[in-house]
Design a protein around this ligand. Structure first.
Ligand code: SAH
Length: 230
């Protein structure tokens, strides 16, 4: 699968960036932090094409191409690019899921990467203002085939039917059974599991022989909150 022709609706120059937010900086970030650890060229080209500076506050735009998480308000963070790339590669590998659920839209950066690589994308968030902001930017970038939901009292999106893959950018202490339920047979869940100090990035495959799980290493994400939306 090739990344789609990206951003047909973009107000090109602002979204493209200049100086520290330019294509040159995106290319440099990918070359230094991502290409060395990743083999999926679809992910590499989506990371190159996605203007991360558009997903952070203007005051932080000059740091958007550092390989680090940054604050996005409401005590949340935009994920670290190398971790976004690792999770996306793990999601696609030997599966190429058609229907994908993202938990934790946040800034919309991971959503933008996924939207270029999977045909059907659903994303949920509990902080509605964050999701509204993300939706505006994704729409401006021409990534319009995304379903959004900010809904209290439910983890995931059961009414949307089963998903081929689920990716979470927020960490619960244990794998939530309700998310495993929302996976199709043969499907895959990718999420950080752990507390505020120690977390593992888990890949869980739902197979006819049961759940098969492995870890991609240590990470640090914001906690998954299981209460009403804000
Ligand atoms: N990939 C996003 C990461 C945002 S941080 C980005 O790069 O911007 C994780 C997000 O998960 C936060 O915005 C947080 O509000 C959200 N979150 C936490 N618990 C959630 C839940 N139960 N359902 C949906 N989103 C949740």
């Amino acid at each position: 699968m090739r990344a789609k022709a990206v951003y047909p609706n973009a107000a090109f120059e602002r979204l493209q960036g200049i100086g520290l937010t330019s294509q040159r900086m995106r290319d440099r970030m990918v070359a230094r932090q991502i290409e060395a650890q990743l083999e999926d060229v679809r992910v590499i080209s989506a990371m190159r094409a996605t203007p991360r500076h558009c997903f952070v506050d203007e005051a932080l735009a000059s740091r958007a191409y550092e390989d680090t998480a940054l604050p996005i308000g409401f005590g949340q963070t935009i994920s670290q690019p190398a971790v976004v790339a690792t999770m996306t590669q793990a999601l696609l590998r030997d599966l190429n899921p058609k229907k994908v659920l993202e938990i934790g839209t946040g800034s919309g950066y991971q959503t933008a990467i996924l939207a270029q690589l999977v045909p059907q994308l659903w994303t949920t968030e509990r902080i509605c203002e964050l999701q509204q902001r993300a939706k505006l930017m994704l729409t401006e970038l021409g990534l319009t085939h995304v379903h959004y939901r900010c809904e209290p009292n439910e983890l995931g999106w059961a009414a949307a039917g089963k998903f081929d893959a689920i990716l979470s950018a927020a960490a619960p202490e244990e794998i939530p059974a309700s998310l495993v339920d929302q996976l199709a047979m043969g499907g895959r869940l990718i999420m950080p599991i752990g507390d505020g100090t120690t977390q593992k990035l888990i890949v869980l495959n739902k197979t006819s022989r049961g759940l098969v799980k492995h870890s991609l290493g240590d990470v640090l994400f914001v906690p998954l909150i299981e209460d009403a939306c804000v």
